[in-house]
Design a protein around this ligand. Structure first.
Ligand SMILES: NCc1[nH]cc(CCC(=O)O)c1CC(=O)O
Length: 307
């Protein structure tokens, strides 16, 4: 038990919270752990929207490299930031029990503008998914880019004259910075795997695989796998207007998925359910149905737009 496990993490407050959560779970089993904060390229350029940077896995790349060259033994990520295809020799070892899943609108004054069709609100988000979903519901609104970690985004929102900005509830609530001026966007289907934290390690590292196995939450692992199968089958990217959410009740998996054009004009939705025993395929099946119904044309448009 004395061998040290080095846990790599990005340096943002949210990333540190998530890595400390994994550290606590390992420490509780008697393992000897240390946190190793590592700069991520996704955190260095805070201006360019991610879809323009065009690199897959910009938040995970530096940690992948540190893992493969042995500087760290485990990397902790928000699962929604992890490309659907992991690098060779890196495997997912544990998904923690899911936290809050939904997106929130943090607003400046109040939300009355949401009910005033003629008002052209200014809303900030750099996520292509959130932009597309927002424009679908509020086609007249003006969208603005807002990059950075949760804390810097909140600061920018306070400094600008926007009506609101969109955040993942998980990001704000975990580090206790959710403002009272916020509402849950119950109509907005979240990103695949939103609200889930994952630990990855080297495939041949039996010590870490054994250490992490006890805190792999089977329900979260299954639901996020289905959501990511849907994403992978449609697109394979991480900055796309694709939403997916799966839940389990009464031994049944319930899946909802969406593919939206970037301008919000076209939307494909799908809902599937299956007995848990057959859950393995439903993300892929749902995606194939959307592609067959004409979603393939939107996928081609998106690929061109974000290249
Ligand atoms: N894209 C950045 C990112 N990656 C994970 C989270 C929050 C945690 C989560 O959604 O699981 C956030 C912030 C956000 O989307 O507002």
């Amino acid at each position: 038990m004395n061998k040290e496990i080095k846990i790599g993490t990005r340096e943002s407050q949210l990333a540190l919270w998530q890595a400390n959560k994994v550290k606590g779970l390992l420490d509780a089993q008697g393992y000897n752990t240390t946190l190793v904060p590592i700069k991520s390229e996704g955190d260095i350029d805070l201006v360019t929207p991610l879809y323009e940077i065009g690199v897959q896995g910009i938040f995970t790349k530096s940690l992948d490299i540190a893992l493969l060259n042995g500087r760290i033994d485990i990397a902790v990520h928000s699962l929604k930031d992890v490309p659907t295809q992991l690098p060779k020799n890196i495997i997912q070892v544990a998904v923690l029990e899911r936290g809050p899943v939904k997106d929130l609108l943090v607003y400046r004054q109040d939300t009355a503008f949401l009910d005033q069709p003629a008002y052209i609100a200014n809303i900030a988000t750099s996520s292509v998914r959130r932009k597309a979903q927002w424009l679908r519901k509020y086609p007249k609104h003006q969208l603005h880019n807002l990059r950075g970690n949760v804390n810097t985004r909140l600061q920018k929102l306070a400094a600008e004259n926007w009506d609101g900005a969109i955040f993942a509830a998980a990001g704000l609530e975990r580090i206790n910075v959710r403002p009272s001026t916020s509402i849950e966007l119950d109509w907005m289907l979240p990103a695949p795997a939103q609200g889930a934290v994952v630990a990855v390690c080297r495939e041949d590292d039996d010590f870490c695989r054994q250490a992490c196995a006890p805190f792999n939450d089977l329900a979260t692992a299954l639901c996020t796998r289905v959501e990511r199968d849907f994403l992978r089958t449609l697109m394979g990217g991480c900055t796309t207007p694709i939403s997916a959410y799966a839940t389990i009740s009464n031994d049944t998996i319930h899946f909802s998925g969406e593919l939206c054009s970037i301008d919000g004009q076209q939307l494909f939705t799908i809902a599937e359910q299956a007995p848990l025993a057959d859950a393995g395929l439903i993300g892929k099946i749902a995606a194939e149905k959307i592609l067959a119904q004409g979603g393939d044309k939107i996928v081609a448009e998106i690929r061109n737009a974000i290249k």
